[in-house]
Design a protein around this ligand. Structure first.
Ligand code: RIB
Length: 307
């Protein structure tokens, strides 16, 4: 069965500069290289879902500029339905400046631009794409009122909702009540629950806190260590695959998009879907760039045969 996934989210043109080390405050250093590529948490998650075989649609906004055209073309070339992308004639397309050091760690500065102008009306215009999905996924790079409307439409139509609360931000409590599965990293989880992630006990406490706030299914991603999940059926920590990372940009996005392509809407196969998503993410970090690094289903399956 093919999952239908609709992403309500951000589209950014990423400029990545490789540096030997991160600059200190007030310091100027020379970049070793500079590349432009498609990115944005929403776009990355959409391409990860599509390359893993999901029927994928996008709801978002770009500016009327070269960056916007590039983003729409890149999504189309990856079989993502872009009819829900609105072109704004005022704000520019979102962009991100990414500094990448020799260890593969990054620092990212995001200019929201048109992403920040995504309105409830544009989400309502995409009602059909939302209603037809198995999963609707949103992040925090677009306004929460737009996400709230998307999740309301999803719930009215029996569609499961996934919230990736990234980057960390204060949350509208009503949004949590409409969220079926929340996927923060350990920092975002701590920002929302106040519980610092140190071990399995703190993860279980976080799951209890999220349940109190209205979300009953949780995955906390813990970088190169792995991912913890907790659903009504149980919990477990799944260690990540050990690889040499050259660029961790979009590792989390690849995990979420790939997961959504494999997860059953009742989440009964969550452990298997997490292992698939971790495999996809482990391949993404071995390549440069956000969207260009995301693997296809065949690449993920081939990697699983090698180890
Ligand atoms: O998660 C990685 C993404 O964060 C980058 O592609 C960048 O655009 C920022 O949104």
């Amino acid at each position: 069965m093919t999952n239908h996934v609709t992403i309500v989210g951000s589209l950014n043109v990423d400029t990545t500069m490789k540096v030997k080390r991160m600059p200190l405050p007030g310091e100027t250093i020379a970049a070793l290289s500079k590349t432009n590529a498609a990115g944005g948490k929403g776009a990355n998650q959409a391409v990860a879902a599509a390359r893993s075989g999901a029927e994928t649609a996008f709801v978002g906004q770009v500016g009327d500029d070269a960056g916007g055209k590039m983003m729409i073309n890149d999504l189309k070339n990856n079989n993502v339905d872009t009819t829900g992308i609105h072109v704004d004639d005022q704000a520019g397309t979102g962009s991100a400046a990414i500094l990448l050091d020799e260890s593969g760690q990054n620092s990212i500065l995001v200019y929201g631009g048109a992403n920040q102008q995504l309105s409830v009306k544009e989400v309502e215009d995409a009602r059909d794409q939302i209603a037809a999905a198995d999963f609707v996924i949103a992040q925090f790079e677009t306004p929460q009122e737009a996400t709230l409307r998307a999740f309301q439409i999803a719930k009215e139509n029996g569609v499961k909702t996934i919230l990736n609360p990234a980057p960390a931000h204060e949350i509208n409590p009503d949004l949590l009540k409409l969220t079926d599965l929340i996927i923060p990293n350990e920092t975002e989880s701590a920002a929302l629950t106040g519980i610092i992630i140190t071990d399995e006990t703190s993860m279980l406490m976080s799951a209890a806190k999220f349940a109190q706030m209205g979300v009953r299914n949780l995955i906390i991603t813990v970088g190169a260590k792995g991912a913890f999940y907790c659903t009504q059926d149980g919990y477990n920590f799944i260690p990540a695959f050990k690889v040499n990372a050259v660029d961790t940009t979009a590792a989390g996005d690849t995990f979420i998009g790939a997961l959504s392509s494999q997860l059953k809407p009742d989440m009964s196969n969550i452990e298997k879907a997490i292992v698939y998503a971790q495999r996809a993410s482990s391949l993404a970090v071995q390549k440069l760039g956000a969207l260009p690094s995301i693997p296809t289903y065949d690449e993920v399956v081939a990697a699983s045969k090698n180890n």
